[in-house]
Design a protein around this ligand. Sequence first.
Ligand SMILES: *[C@@H]1O[C@H](CO)[C@@H](O)[C@H](O)[C@H]1NC(C)=O
Length: 218
Amino acid sequence: MANMRILVLLLSLLVLLVADESSAKVSAIIVFGDSSVDAGNNNVISAVLKSNFQPYGRDFEGDRPTGRFSNGRIRPDFISQAFGLKPAILAYLDPLYTISDFATGVCFASAGTGYDNATSEVLNVIPLWEELESFKEDIADWGSSNGAFATGGTTNFIGQHDCLEEYNNVALEFNGKLEGLVSQLNKELLGLKMLFTRNAYDVFHDIIRRPSQYGKLY
Ligand SMILES: *[C@@H]1O[C@H](CO)[C@@H](O)[C@H](O)[C@H]1NC(C)=O
């Protein structure tokens, strides 16, 4: 763990996989981002944007709302489990969180945040830069790292019943640039394996276009 290397990172906003160089196995998953990946940080801060009430969490172990914007677990939890790590990643601000959790993964995400500081200011949530600062502090506490990371992201502004084309185009353009940056960093930073996925955009887009394919329509 002393010489860990950040291996892959994906999307919306992002999940960092930290690999142990000796075994090349993923040893930790670090999560940054917004409501799509918040595991409960907003529960603890004074933000209005929370999901610590039912029916959130009704399919989570113990039938309890955790602060995840979901009926159960969220994507980073599934990714963690798929790598043989814990089935649910703890929020950094969770009272139960200790630095030893950092060894296998932690979530710094805050629902409602965005790349622009103004986004988090409006909703009084944790700005992205602060998520990264907390990560850096914990890395310092935990040990050295020769890591590098990148972000992936998508957004989808919804109008009355449809998407706003103009904003969608901005999201697509952003994703295109990000994809280019990821491929550039993979070439420049030896040992780094970074993955960009636009799944978040495509899936959301499809849900909005064809809601009936994804379950009950209210
Ligand atoms: C966001 O705010 C932080 C802290 O004030 C500042 O360091 C950073 O430059 C700001 N980012 C942008 C893009 O304005």
